[in-house]
Write a protein that binds this ligand. Structure first.
Ligand code: GDP
Ligand code: MG
Length: 176
């Protein structure tokens, strides 16, 4: 197997969705393979993590940006979306408002992001079966309506976390 490594190519990937849906937890789980209970809402500013994901014989470099306290509509700046190649849009399967807001997020994304941005919809907190209010099929249906892939994830157990970022990386290589 030949590994190709393009040092120039780094894909800006951003995490978007209502406050509390688990964006920071998802990134921590993907980056460090662990779940730190409790909210990260006190975190100030926007930070990023660089990760390399292997897709077939390629290494895809992702620079994953996390929002903190900028989750309200119109407060995430145009610039944040503008140079993003990929976008993970999260809702919380236990909080209906976070699911209902997905349409508004997509409107904002279509307004500000690049036309060919890779989007994936994620229903997070899939481990919380007893508190679930949004069915898997509802997430699937919404994703289908917008033509984006969908997965349920758990930042707590790690379910589908690697898979979600891997799917994003794969999609990026196919569009390059
Ligand atoms: P953010 O505001 O979108 O960055 O959300 P956080 O990552 O700060 O998470 C908000 C709260 O939900 C915290 O208390 C997390 O511990 C919790 N949380 C996040 N993801 C999950 C998950 O997949 N499962 C469970 N059970 N709790 C989660
Ligand atoms: Mg956060």
């Amino acid at each position: 197997i030949t590994l190709t490594y393009d040092e120039e190519l780094i894909h800006k990937t951003i995490l978007v969705g209502d406050s509390g849906v688990g964006k920071t937890s998802l990134l921590v789980q993907f980056d460090q393979g662990k779940f730190i209970p409790g909210s990260f809402s006190a975190t100030v500013g926007i930070g990023f993590t660089n990760k390399v994901v292997s897709v077939d014989n390629m290494k895809v470099k992702l620079q994953i940006w996390d929002t903190a306290g900028q989750e309200r509509f119109r407060s995430v700046t145009h610039a944040y979306y503008r140079d993003a190649q990929a976008l993970l849009l999260l809702y919380d399967i236990t909080r209906k408002s976070s699911f209902d807001n997905i349409r508004a997020w997509l409107t904002e994304i279509h307004e500000y992001a690049q036309k060919d941005v890779v989007i994936m919809l994620l229903g997070n907190k899939s481990d919380m079966a007893a508190e679930r209010v949004i069915k898997h099929e509802e997430g699937q249906k919404l994703a289908k309506e917008y033509g984006v892939p969908f997965m349920e994830t758990s930042a707590k157990t790690g379910l589908n976390v690697e898979l979600a970022f891997h799917a994003i990386a794969r999609e990026l290589t196919q569009r390059a």
